[in-house]
Design a protein around this ligand. Structure first.
Ligand SMILES: *Cc1c(COP(=O)(O)O)cnc(C)c1O
Length: 397
């Protein structure tokens, strides 16, 4: 990562691995007999990919998925034996490593198949199962439906390759307006047509998979043989409606957020009415106020715009607004009129997570900032140490 997590600054992310097990358990029971593939790309959405991968497997996932060959290699080097799906076709330069590490390659181009076949031959390995991805409307990566049959023919004609699965990805499974629902139905129809044509031509795939978190929860017909869940594993749904849908489908079960971003008060001042803390002197204090400084900033993934958008933190079990703009390494918090609620050096500050009966979620930040919880989580930087809770001892050690 290039940045060593700090040891003395009190700012950290607690990662609740029991919550990962709980979430994986809910998802795997919901979709059974379909399998759960735990998506741990981008360092497990910022939570730590290895710890999350292990906990997800313990909780009921049987597959893992990553975006990069590099991510899959790191999991193999750490001793993970479960199947690891690469969500995009590996770059030609990474094919040999992908095959040597038994990563399951996604393919969607003739060139990708040729490169794969070549590295299998050079390494004198047994045949490799590939997951053929078709584009049914997301238009990011995947084979044109018109090319799917030729690609399946090429796989069948090459004794070094096998068809392990056919899959696609949904673009608007989280949308609940009629246009989005229609588009998801259209994608599912197109996918069925492609799989039907391949099967009729003698290329029956052993497995098909389609659903991300939104599809898994909201579109039962998208579950197929395996679901690829990221966000739900981390305890969140793309929309509040999907949290309700999950609760309805499971007799009231709820996902548990996995990550909490916490810090401590490192400086406290009483400031006169009208003083304007932080860069830009943006907002005057309405009254003689206590202002606390907390050592976490935009370099750690607390967006600078959180101040403008009314961002709050929890101190002493209460919501407290930011008193000025977020700086690179620190924030200032308006703790209210002097004497109203004592704030002391060392008091715990929750940026994301629970304190007492209050909770601030990554979804709340996303709502304020006009983004999605995925981006909030991925932006929590490498300078923030991840403290793992609920780790099971490694049976091999
Ligand atoms: C990231 C990703 C997923 C997981 O999406 P979530 O919404 O986090 O569940 C699934 N499939 C593909 C192809 C992805 O890139």
């Amino acid at each position: 990562m290039g940045v060593v997590a700090d040891r003395w600054r009190p700012a950290w992310a607690d990662i609740d691995l029991d919550a990962v097990r709980h979430n994986a358990g809910i998802l795997s029971r919901l979709v059974a007999p379909a399998a759960l593939c735990a998506v741990v790309k981008a360092d497990g959405y910022g939570h730590g990919d290895l710890a999350v991968a292990k906990a997800a497997l313990e909780g009921g996932a049987t597959w893992l998925a990553v975006a990069l060959v590099e991510e899959g290699v790191a999991l193999r080097e750490a001793g993970i034996e479960a199947p690891i799906l690469l969500l995009s076709e590996p770059p030609v330069g990474g094919m040999a490593e992908a095959v040597a590490r038994r990563l399951v390659p996604t393919v969607y181009t003739a060139g990708g198949l040729e490169a794969l076949s070549r590295v299998v031959a050079e390494a004198e390995l047994p045949s490799v199962a590939v997951h053929l991805k078709v584009d049914t409307g997301m238009h990011r990566v995947g084979a044109d439906p018109a090319d799917a049959l030729a690609l399946a023919d090429a796989i069948a004609a090459d004794h070094r390759l096998e068809l392990g699965a056919v899959w696609t990805h949904l673009a608007v499974a989280d949308g609940d307006d009629p246009d989005d629902r229609d588009f998801t139905a259209l994608q599912l129809d197109r996918f069925d047509t492609i799989v039907g044509a391949l099967t009729a031509a003698g290329h029956r795939p052993p497995m098909t998979h389609v659903a991300n978190t939104a599809g898994t929860i909201g579109v039962a017909a998208s579950r197929h043989d395996m679901v690829r869940c990221g966000l739900a594993l981390y305890g969140m749904t793309p929309t509040p409606a999907l949290a309700s849908a999950l609760s309805d489908a499971t007799g009231g079960l709820r996902l548990e957020p996995v990550l909490s971003l916490r810090s401590r008060v490192t400086h406290v001042r009483d400031l006169a009415t009208g003083e304007r803390p932080s860069y830009g002197r943006r907002r005057p204090l309405a009254v003689h106020s206590t202002v606390a400084t907390v050592p976490v900033g935009y370099a750690d993934g607390v967006p600078r715009r959180l101040f403008d958008q009314g961002g709050e933190v929890l101190i002493g079990g209460a919501r407290r607004p930011l008193a000025g703009v977020v700086t690179m390494d620190q924030i200032v918090v308006d703790c209210g009129p002097v004497g109203s609620a004592p704030v002391a050096l060392g008091d715990e500050v929750v940026l994301i997570g629970r304190q007492g009966t209050e909770e601030i979620t990554a979804g709340e930040w996303a709502e304020l900032l006009g983004t999605i919880s995925y981006e909030v989580l991925c932006n929590i930087g490498p300078r923030v140490p991840r403290i793992l809770h609920g780790q099971h001892p490694d049976p091999s050690s």
